[in-house]
Design a protein around this ligand. Structure first.
Ligand code: ATP
Ligand code: MG
Length: 288
C-alpha cells in the first residue's frame, strides 16, 4: 500500500456528488453501495483506475474480470483494509472513506476471503461466535472480568450462531473443529461467520473455488436464499462464469483495474470487450 495514500472522500468531481443525483434517480430505492472514482496504486501498478459502480439494494451483484483485474483490491477498499488515492465509497448514504477497518463489520458490511481465514482448532460454533462479536454490546474489559451482563451476551451470541448454523445446514458439525471438516464445509463455516455479523451487504471473494458440481448447485441456492430470505445484498467476486451468470442480477467487469462493462448477465455474456478481455483476442478475429 502506498504510504502517501490520500483519503479523498466526497470529491467534487465524483459521480457520487449530490448534483449527479437527479430527481428521477432519487425516486427509486437508493443503491446500498456506491463506488465512486476509486483509484489505487501500488508503486507503478494501477490496481484500480477511477472505478465507478452502484450496487442496488437486495440484489446479487457480480464482479468479474481476469486474474489481477483488481477485484480483491476493490473488496479490500470497501473493507477499508486498503487506502485509495482518490475516490469515495458510500454505504447506505454515508461515506466510509474515513471509517477505520475495525468499525466496518459493525456498520453492516460482512465479507469472506479469497483464502480461507479461520481458527482451525476452534469449533465451528466458536468460529461463528467470533463473527457475532463485532455486534457484541459487552466491552473487552467487561468480558475479561466476566461482569454482569456478559453471560447474557454470550448466550445471545451463541443463539445467534446457532440460528446461522441452522440456516446454513451446519448444525450437525457445530461442535467439530473446523480443521477436521471437508474444504466445502469449511468455506460454508466462513460464510456463516460473515453472516453472524448480521451484514446488510455481504462480500464473497471466490466462494466457488475448489467446489465440485453438486456443491456449486448448493452454493447458488444459498446465495439466492441470502438475498431472498435474509434480504442481504450480495457482492460476488467469482471466476466460475456459470455461477455468476446464474445468480447475479447485475455484473460489473474489471480488467487491468478499469471498469470495462456493466449490465445484466445476458448483456455481459455477449459484450465483445468482455470476451476479448477473457480470451485475449478480439471477438471478430476469433469468429473469422
Ligand atoms: N498489497 C499489494 N501490494 C502490491 N500490489 C498488489 C497488492 N494487492 C494487489 N496488488 C496488485 O494489484 C493488482 C490487482 O490485484 P487483485 O488481487 O486485486 O486482483 P484480482 O482481480 O483479485 O485477481 P484474482 O482473480 O487473481 O484474485 C495485481 O497486479 C496485484 O499484483
Ligand atoms: Mg482476487
Amino acid at each position: 500500500m502506498a504510504a502517501d495514500a490520500i483519503m479523498a472522500g466526497g470529491q467534487k468531481n465524483s459521480r457520487c456528488s449530490s448534483d449527479a443525483v437527479g430527481p428521477l434517480v432519487m425516486a427509486v430505492t437508493p443503491p446500498i453501495l456506491r463506488v465512486c472514482g476509486v483509484t489505487v496504486r501500488f508503486g507503478g501498478i494501477v490496481a484500480l483506475d477511477a472505478v465507478d459502480f452502484d450496487v442496488p439494494a437486495a440484489s446479487v451483484f457480480g464482479m468479474i474480470g481476469p486474474n489481477g483485474a483488481g477485484k480483491t483490491t476493490m473488496f479490500n477498499c470497501i473493507s477499508r483494509l486498503y487506502a485509495y488515492q482518490s475516490g469515495d465509497i458510500i454505504f447506505e448514504g454515508a461515506s466510509i472513506t474515513a471509517t477505520p477497518t475495525h468499525r466496518i463489520a459493525g456498520l453492516g458490511l460482512g465479507r469472506t476471503f479469497q483464502n480461507l481465514a479461520m481458527f482451525k482448532t476452534m469449533s465451528v460454533r466458536q468460529n461463528v461466535m467470533v463473527g457475532g462479536h463485532t455486534r457484541s454490546r459487552a466491552g473487552f474489559l467487561a468480558s475479561a472480568l466476566r461482569l454482569a451482563g456478559v453471560a447474557a451476551e454470550e448466550r445471545r451470541l451463541r443463539e445467534r450462531a446457532d440460528d446461522v448454523l441452522d440456516f446454513l445446514e451446519l448444525g450437525t458439525v457445530a461442535d467439530r473443529p473446523v480443521g477436521d471438516l471437508p474444504f466445502a464445509t469449511q468455506k460454508r463455516v466462513e460464510l456463516a461467520r460473515a453472516l453472524a455479523c448480521e451484514p446488510r451487504l455481504l462480500m464473497l471473494d471466490e466462494p466457488a473455488a475448489g467446489l465440485n458440481h453438486e456443491e456449486l448447485g448448493a452454493l447458488a441456492r444459498l446465495i439466492r436464499d441470502i438475498r431472498d430470505r435474509l434480504g442481504v445484498t450480495v457482492l460476488l467476486v467469482e471466476h466460475h462464469m456459470g455461477l455468476v451468470m446464474d445468480v447475479s442480477d447485475r455484473i460489473v467487469v474489471l480488467n487491468f483495474g478499469r471498469k470495462i462493462a456493466e449490465g445484466a448477465p445476458q448483456e455481459i455474456q455477449r459484450n465483445a470487450t468482455v470476451i476479448q478481455a477473457y480470451l485475449g483476442t478480439p471477438a471478430r478475429a476469433r469468429a473469422a
